[in-house]
Design a protein around this ligand. Structure first.
Ligand code: SF4
Length: 365
């Protein structure tokens, strides 16, 4: 049983002076080894169209934009997967806008390709990945119904959806007031359904989008509650909002380094006795990433040698060599993992095909 109460988490999130260092020190007792993991992936945005309109979004494009990816063809996707395979990538990260088939341009393209809906296309793309490459699909495309998740489970080694924040108050703010899919009730339902279906899962919080400290604490506690019940949460991402020119929230302040340190520390201590990794994206914290390893961070997430981070296009990933140097310099060892964590590679979590492919990749890591 975890001993950290909401008040404890609030104290960590508000710590000052040397209390911050004391809490960071406390995370050491939960570190199981000296290893920091990452997954070598290719990021393939199937579409850049999204029904939501988050004001911090760097990803979504309007279907009238001539530069927008309306829907990638199977051939385009397979070509990218084959290049990624040659570079030793093991994860095919399919990330894309939510319910893109509500847009007529996407629906028209789907019909031209012989599909009725996005979910039919996604399932086929994941199946193609399994049939024609060694990569493991990991889909992150917003909320899905229970039945859609059930289909996706059969062709994905793992999946993900950021909770971002559990507070409905954010739906009233410019941040999310045009994003029905960011309703925390829906997102909690999706993450919970993934647990019921035994899908190894990635989630996390986004800080600096108008939430307060109490809402950060409650969001972490909500994820912990779901994780304790279903055991499918393999990692929690602590992501910092980073303003970039051209987005609607470009003038919003970004979280300070100490805000990030306190949040990563709080997450580590809350999840301390669970087997859940704490991930901090190194490309959003280029100069400060190492310090998060000292607050319990033990995963860098997906890093691609072949594609950009389409969600944060102005923040390139460090190369794996640079990541290794940063990790070693902080006193740790960098090790590659798959998009599915090793403890889930068994027949309780995977069908026969996914189990065989994952086990094989694990051997040749
Ligand atoms: S849901 Fe994601 S892709 Fe869609 S607008 Fe929001 S941040 Fe952008």
């Amino acid at each position: 049983m975890n001993k950290y109460t909401k008040n404890d988490i609030l104290s960590i999130l508000q710590a000052k002076n040397s209390d911050i260092i004391t809490y960071m020190e406390e995370t050491k007792k939960y570190r199981k080894n000296n290893l920091i993991t990452y997954s070598k992936n290719v990021f393939i945005p199937l579409t850049e169209i999204c029904r939501n309109d988050c004001r911090y979004c760097n990803f979504k494009k309007d279907s009238s934009d001539p530069e927008a990816i309306i829907l990638k063809t199977k051939k385009e996707i397979l070509d990218e997967l084959k290049i990624a395979e040659r570079y030793g990538c093991k994860e095919a990260m399919f990330a894309f806008g939510e319910d893109a088939d509500e847009d007529n341009a996407v629906l028209k393209r789907l019909k031209q390709f012989g599909y009725e809906s996005m979910i039919d296309y996604i399932v086929d793309i994941c199946q193609m990945t399994l049939d024609e490459t060694t990569l493991l699909p990991h889909t992150n495309g917003g909320n899905f119904s229970f039945d859609d998740l059930k289909r996706l489970k059969e062709v994905n080694a793992s999946m993900g959806l950021m909770l971002e924040n559990s507070s409905p108050r954010l739906m009233e703010l410019p941040t999310h007031n045009k994003s029905p899919g960011k309703d925390p009730k829906l997102r909690i339902e999706t993450i919970t359904n993934a647990g019921k279906l035994k899908i190894p899962y990635t989630t996390g919080i986004l800080i600096g989008i108008g939430e307060n400290i109490e809402e950060i604490a409650e969001s972490l506690i909500e994820i912990k509650k779901i994780s304790d019940e279903y055991g499918h949460i393999q990692e929690i991402i602590i992501q910092n909002f980073t303003p970039t020119p051209g987005i609607e929230m470009e003038d919003w302040p970004q979280p300070s380094l100490l805000d990030m340190i306190r949040t990563v520390t709080a997450a580590t201590l809350l999840f301390g006795d669970s087997d859940v990794s704490i991930q901090v994206p190194p490309n959003l914290n280029y100069d400060t990433a190492q310090v998060f390893l000292l607050c319990g961070g033990d995963d860098w997430g997906g890093v691609s040698p072949v594609s950009k981070d389409y969600v944060n296009p102005t923040s390139p990933w460090p190369t794996i060599d640079v990541l290794e140097k940063l990790t070693n310099d902080a006193g740790f060892e960098l090790i590659e993992r798959l998009c599915i964590y090793e403890k889930y590679i068994n027949d309780e979590w995977l069908n026969e095909n996914l189990l065989e492919k994952s086990a094989n990749l694990l051997k040749h890591r």
